[in-house]
Write a protein that binds this ligand. Structure first.
Ligand SMILES: Cc1cc2nc3c(=O)[nH]c(=O)nc-3n(C[C@H](O)[C@H](O)[C@H](O)COP(=O)(O)O)c2cc1C
Length: 159
């Protein structure tokens, strides 16, 4: 089984709702098993055990939240050991063109520094899913699709 780990930060619940929808999408994929965890509870061992890691953070000043960055910075202790894992990202922001894309790219950048594999998307939402505040039906569908794409790739790479 390919292990999918979804780590999210959420102060007011919007990103948490997205995490649930991403997890639902992964569960559509045979051969994938999914864990969802708050960044407060995430451990480096959880990241090491996963075949795919999806980060979800609220957009804070055009970036990931401080708590998510703290987890990313802790991964210095396992640098090199996330190589080849599948990655993905989602964010909730307060508005459009308010830093959501840069927040997504900040999370994906850390994954690329680790040598992780990130699949883009050619048709809109190129870098991951961004919702404005709580995800609406369209954004919830995009979260499910992200989960499905990440899990499909992880299962394929697991062979
Ligand atoms: C410290 C802080 C910084 C924020 N910075 C931004 C920002 O740069 N751009 C934006 O669109 N929204 C910003 N927001 C709004 C949040 O991204 C938005 O309310 C989001 O839906 C919160 O997600 P959550 O419910 O998962 O905590 C900020 C909120 C806080 C508390």
């Amino acid at each position: 089984m390919a292990k999918i780990l979804i780590v999210y930060d959420s102060r007011t619940g919007n990103t948490e709702k997205m995490a649930g929808a991403v997890a639902d999408g992964t569960r559509d994929v045979e051969g994938a098993v999914t864990t969802v965890t708050s960044v407060d509870k995430a451990k480096l061992d959880d990241l090491l055990a996963a075949d795919a890691i999806v980060f979800g953070s609220p957009t804070y000043y055009g970036n990931m939240s401080g708590k998510m960055k703290e987890l990313v910075d802790q991964t210095y202790n396992i640098h090199g050991e996330l190589e080849g894992k599948v990655g993905g990202a989602f964010t909730s922001s307060g508005g459009t063109a308010c830093g959501a894309e840069t927040a997504l790219l900040a999370m994906l950048q850390a994954m690329l520094v680790h040598g992780m594999i990130v699949q883009g998307r050619h048709d809109d939402k190129h870098y991951g899913v961004a919702a404005i505040e709580a995800p609406d039906d369209n954004e919830t569908g995009l979260c499910r699709e992200l989960g499905k794409r990440v899990a499909t790739l992880a299962v394929a790479l697991k062979g």
